[in-house]
Write a protein that binds this ligand. Structure first.
Ligand code: FAD
Length: 470
């Protein structure tokens, strides 16, 4: 689990243990172990100690000692990150899991102040209790934390209506590398007093400081959400359908799945059933805001009728109640788990301009077939944002390890195509260590230099998540 490498480190670790209360750190290997590998078993790490501070003051104290003894820190929230940034490689692991309090919630300012280690679901539930909503929705919402979604600028299913995390935050509280505490826990919607410092921490992946709390923007929920699932022919039809569905301004979710991923879910998870009697090449899951259930069903029927007549869809299922809506969503939520059943996957999270999605698929699928004959592209996700989880699954009967060893050059080939379409090599998961080299190669000198100068100004000793992003 990692051995202290020199005497200064040893003294620093002793200083941490004597300064912090015993509940705020552990060296117990069994307790630390689950924090050293991630969901897909892609990254494994080691650390001499895990700190579990219970307050912002304790975080600041830990950071001060780490700075004094030249100890590096990797912050961790729910450990659901997909680019390896939360897994320490010898750094001090600082878990926010004991900082979960709701500090304030206010239905007049529509603000929720909550600590960084609280799961996203806790924020959603707190908002619901006062008839508000926090619209960030991810399949990992039961485990990922507020600090994690801020640090990765998470996206999810409702970006097309509400934006990514950066659009949903008033401000943050953070402990800087200097040990100072920055307090940006405002609920002001207008504040033009210089650089927006809270924003620096959004998407910073723990490289600029440790987010300890945040002030979240709450919204008034729509009276009803109408969900439908449609079967369709192709990504071309999906993009045309997106435009058709947007027309009334009520669209809040537009997720697309290919048959291979859809079947992997239906065939492997007994509790999820196929709502369609026939198979389709592609599927889309759509939400519309509605005044009531009746209004939602009427709107869906009208929209889907015209879509059917225009040849945009092959078939449709309209959820008649919340339980049916939940069953439809379950298919989408199990897409990643379903793919695991198909074998190893080389996973990418990219964006291209929405109108280029069909051309991206054509170009990328052809390139992948040439690179690894028989590989199976499973491109699904947030089409409404141009965001595709473009995952390449191993050819049937191939060796998993040999296939996964090709991760880097498969990724580089995909990123070349993404660049060709003017897209982004990371839509919502961040850079971490997985895409660090690619960012350096593709960001361009000015952007790279700005990123590095910000890092240097905020963390001159490279103490905060030092191997990540820049
Ligand atoms: C099944 C599944 C579905 C997912 N779906 C989506 C999706 O739809 N959209 C999406 O955007 N992501 C998705 N993700 C990715 C992941 O859930 C998000 O990246 C999430 O924001 C990470 O939160 P976390 O608390 O688990 O952070 P962690 O994994 O613990 O950390 C992520 C990064 O943030 C840093 N960090 C964590 N907490 C702090 C803090 N308090 N201060 C400073 N730095 C910190 C870490 O050092 C690391 O670099 C999914 C993941 C899974 C496993």
């Amino acid at each position: 689990m990692g051995r202290p490498v020199n005497r200064k480190t040893d003294i620093g670790l002793s200083a941490l243990k004597s300064a912090l209360p015993p509940q705020a750190w552990t060296e117990d290997k069994d307790i630390i172990a689950p924090h050293l590998s991630e969901w897909r078993d892609k990254y494994f790490g080691h650390t001499p100690i895990m700190l579990t501070p219970r307050s912002t003051q304790e975080v600041a104290e830990a950071v001060n000692i780490c700075r004094q003894y030249d100890l590096k820190i990797t912050p961790q929230g729910g450990n659901t990150g997909l680019v390896g940034g939360q897994i320490p490689q010898g750094e001090i692991l600082l878990s926010l899991k004991k900082m979960t309090a709701i500090r304030d919630i206010n239905s007049v300012t529509n603000a929720l102040i909550i600590e960084a280690g609280a799961p996203l679901k806790r924020a959603q539930d707190a908002a619901t209790q006062i008839q508000r909503m926090f619209p960030l929705t991810l399949s990992s919402e039961g485990s990922c934390t507020i600090g994690g979604v801020i640090s990765t600028n998470a996206g999810g299913n409702h970006v097309l209506k509400y934006g990514t995390t950066k659009d949903l935050i008033f401000g943050v509280e953070a402990v800087l590398a200097s040990g100072e505490i920055y307090n940006g826990l405002t609920s002001l919607r207008k504040d033009n007093t210089g650089y927006d410092l809270s924003r620096l921490f959004i998407g910073a992946e723990g490289t600029l400081g440790i987010v300890t709390a945040a002030s979240l923007k709450l919204f008034t929920p729509p009276p009803y959400t109408q969900r439908v699932m449609v079967g369709l022919e192709s990504p071309e039809k999906a993009v045309a359908l997106l435009s058709h569905c947007r027309a009334a301004g009520r669209l809040s979710m537009f997720e697309v799945m290919p048959a291979i991923g859809y079947r992997a879910v239906i065939d492997n998870f007994g509790h999820i059933t196929d709502p369609f009697p026939d198979a389709h090449p592609w599927y889309a899951l759509i939400d519309w805001d509605s005044a009531s259930s009746e209004d939602g069903i009427k709107h869906a029927e009208d929209k889907l009728d015209t879509a059917l007549n225009a040849g945009l869809i092959r078939s449709a299922v309209i959820a008649q109640n919340e339980s049916q809506a939940g069953a439809l969503l379950a298919v989408r939520e199990h897409m990643s788990a379903g793919q695991k059943c198909l074998g190893g996957s080389i996973k990418q999270d990219i964006t291209v301009p929405i109108s280029d999605i069909p051309a991206f698929f054509k170009t990328a699928n052809a390139a992948m077939e040439q690179l690894i004959p028989g590989c199976r592209p499973v491109g699904f996700g947030h089409f409404g944002d141009g965001n595709i989880h473009y995952n390449i699954t191993q050819p049937i009967g191939s060796d998993r390890r040999t296939f996964l060893a090709q991760w880097d050059h498969v990724s580089a080939a995909i990123f070349d195509i993404v660049d060709h379409f003017g897209g982004s090599i990371s839509a919502e998961h961040g850079i971490g260590i997985m895409k660090k080299t690619e960012l350096a190669a593709r960001a361009g000198p000015v952007k790279l230099s700005m990123l590095r100068r910000i890092k240097q100004a905020m963390d001159p000793d490279n103490m905060m998540n030092p191997r990540v992003m820049v």
